[in-house]
Ligand binder design. Structure first.
Ligand code: SPV
Ligand code: MN
Length: 629
């Protein structure tokens, strides 16, 4: 889209007037970027809406969007005033990797990335979008992707026929219409075009076989159609992440699929860390047990005077609700049921008396509606269907969290003193380990991040899947290039950010977990001490591990628990052969990636030699006490 000479502003507005009313035309007329108006007209002519609604982010507009979501049955009311439920339907319960593609010039492809020739993709989308909003409202919304006034903040314009998508974005991002009506409007902003497509009687997108999610980095635009699931439709979330990674590669910053959190250390200091974890491996719970929360999902990291700093582009959370219970996740649980908080629940069970139910609520589920229709299912005999889906979620404001750090609004962000990488790993990595340096950590802990497949994903359960930086699903180019960007970024730091691996999923020979859920608090406090040089460490072939005596003190002060020698010996023994196997697995993938940086193979060769030497000396396992000097 977007060829030929640009029409004049008045002509564009007159064209837009065919699709909207006086009030909204006035709102459009205040937009200062004629190019944006031109694009909106092109879109309207293509999708043929009955009304263009411009969301200015005012309290009245936020309210209008909430009402529309209910009127259009995209959201169902609950017995709580500001809480609603959205169902995606059984064909649309998660991101669709097969149909999510990066549009690339003819002849270009990237290893491990799902790409499609740009011209073909654009033609296909244009066809699918033709008249797709007939009889529907086309919402136009404006958001800041970051705190106001930050040099890192970018902007996004969302066009969608879904009030649920707009409602979600009104919670997750800062409304920013005023930036687009100012004398100096944003220049290189992102655009997101989404259409729900035909819906069935339950409100689900009907043509799920024609679900398409296309990302066009060349034009900074994304398209999605015949889907409602937020990961496919809420533009500023995972669609923006791909555009942001691409933009960052050009401008020298990093866009990461990471939380940002602060750990309090001695004397009241705060150490900020970021954390990357593949889905379902403790990302949210780690961010929540830290002392200060800045971000639970995304981070934009930049170098300022030789120090890495990060901002959170979001102000809300689209979090997994499955398993959230009053014991382990008391704070989230209470927020979700507080009568005053605004929450959109998705793909849970809404009982007939208006109560949201998900796995983790102490009382048993009662009959109602869920993501698949009536529950329990009537007459099918399929009574094993789960009342609430494993990828059921909540959308709510981060400001409800007591430990939210006011620095979330700081235009400069927070310093990143450590990056943490964690995966589900039953038998290889120790619970916490510090990399020898930035490049070593980026190669052996970030680019090599693996996680065991769980039952929630198709494939062999327990198999280790490589997910570099936990961002593989969201990369717009090769993982080799992504690693290269990190190596280059490190050269710009005069104060090197430390890199850690964590593993909450180690098991013993009987399959029992070796750690309690709460132990992660100790690992975080140890990281704070290490960052400040307050404690020594033992040198393992793969990095620095905690000394036993430091953990004894920390388990006592943080958890009031005794930490026994046997526990340390079992948790922190170096599994040399397993580490070598892991290394071979990861190297064999990167060998096929043509642009893997030379440093990757240098570090992995070095790491392999270290492990082989250790194996010759100690055998399959190293007792961590022999490393405690
Ligand atoms: C994730 O899967 O990492 C999410 C949810 O945060 S989604 O928006 O689906 O990507
Ligand atoms: Mn995520």
């Amino acid at each position: 889209m977007g060829e030929g000479p640009a029409p004049r502003r008045e002509e564009v507005l007159s064209g837009l007037s065919r699709f909207t009313d006086k009030e909204n035309l006035g709102r459009l007329a205040r937009i200062t970027d004629a190019g944006l108006l031109g694009w909106l007209l092109e879109v309207a002519e293509l999708v043929q809406p009955s009304l263009i609604y411009v969301n200015t982010g005012s309290p009245e507009d936020l309210d209008y969007v909430r009402r529309k979501a209910i009127e259009g049955k995209e959201e169902l009311p609950t017995k709580y005033r500001l809480k609603t439920v959205h169902f995606d339907g059984v064909y649309d319960l998660g991101r669709d990797l097969k149909n999510t593609r990066i549009l690339v010039p003819a002849g270009v492809s990237y290893p491990l990335i799902n790409t499609l020739e740009r011209e073909k993709g654009l033609m296909e989308i244009k066809e699918l979008m033709k008249g797709v909003m007939k009889g529907r409202t086309m919402f136009v919304s404006f958001y800041c992707f970051g705190p106001r006034g930050s040099p890192l903040t970018s902007y996004g314009v969302q066009v969608t026929d879904s009030a649920y998508v707009v409602h979600s974005e009104n919670i997750l991002y800062r409304p920013c219409y005023d930036a687009f009506t100012s004398d100096r409007p944003p220049r290189n902003y992102m655009r997101f075009l989404h259409a729900t497509g035909e819906r069935n009687e339950l409100g689900w997108s009907k043509n799920y076989e024609m679900k398409r999610i296309y990302i066009d980095p060349e034009d900074n635009i994304t398209y999605s159609v015949n889907t409602q699931y937020a990961g496919n439709t809420v533009g500023l979330k995972k669609l923006a992440l791909r555009l942001c990674v691409n933009q960052g590669a050009k401008e020298g910053h990093l866009c990461e699929h990471m939380f940002i959190a602060g750990i309090r250390g001695p004397g009241g200091r705060v150490t900020y860390v970021t954390g990357a974890f593949p889905a379902g491996t403790g990302k949210t719970s780690t961010a929540m047990v830290a002392d200060l929360l800045v971000s639970d999902d995304l981070a934009i990291v930049y170098a300022s005077k030789g120090v890495a700093r990060a901002i959170n582009p979001e102000v809300g959370s689209f979090g997994i609700i499955d398993g959230v219970n009053p014991e382990d996740d008391k704070e989230i649980y209470d927020i979700l049921l507080d009568p005053e908080t605004e929450v959109i629940f998705s793909n849970i069970l809404l009982t007939d008396d208006g109560e949201p139910w998900w796995r983790g609520r102490p009382e048993p589920p009662r009959p109602g509606m869920n993501y698949a229709g009536r529950w329990p299912p009537e007459g099918t005999g399929a009574d094993n269907e789960q009342p609430s889906h494993p990828n059921a979620r909540f959308t709510t404001y981060l400001r409800y969290f007591k430990n939210l750090d006011p620095k979330i609004d700081d235009p400069d962000g927070v310093p990143v003193e450590a990056m943490i990488f964690g995966g589900r790993d039953s038998d290889t990595n120790v619970p916490v380990e510090e990399a020898f340096n930035w490049v070593h950590g980026n190669v052996t802990k970030a680019a090599s991040l693996e996680s065991e497949r769980t039952a929630a994903v198709i494939g062999k359960v327990g198999e280790k899947v490589l997910n570099p930086y936990a961002i593989l699903d969201f990369l717009p180019f090769s993982p080799g290039r992504f690693l290269q960007l990190h190596i280059e970024f490190g050269r710009r730091l005069t104060k090197e950010t430390k890199v850690y691996s964590v593993n909450y999923f180690l098991r013993d020979a009987q399959g029992r977990f070796l750690n309690d859920k709460s132990d992660k608090r100790v690992w975080l406090k140890w990281i704070d001490l290490r960052v400040h040089g307050d404690v020594d460490a033992a040198e393992a072939p793969t990095g620095y591990i905690p000394l036993y005596e430091d953990l004894v003190r920390l388990f006592d002060s943080v958890l009031g628990k005794e930490y026994r020698e046997e526990a340390y010996r079992e948790q922190f023994k170096i599994r040399v052969t397993k580490q070598l196997e892991r290394l071979e697995r990861v190297v064999s993938v990167y060998r096929e990636i043509y642009d893997t940086p030379r440093e990757f193979f240098d570090v992995m060769d070095w790491q392999k030699r270290k492990l082989e030497e250790a194996k010759a000396r100690y055998g399959d396992y190293i007792d961590p006490f022999t490393l405690n000097k």
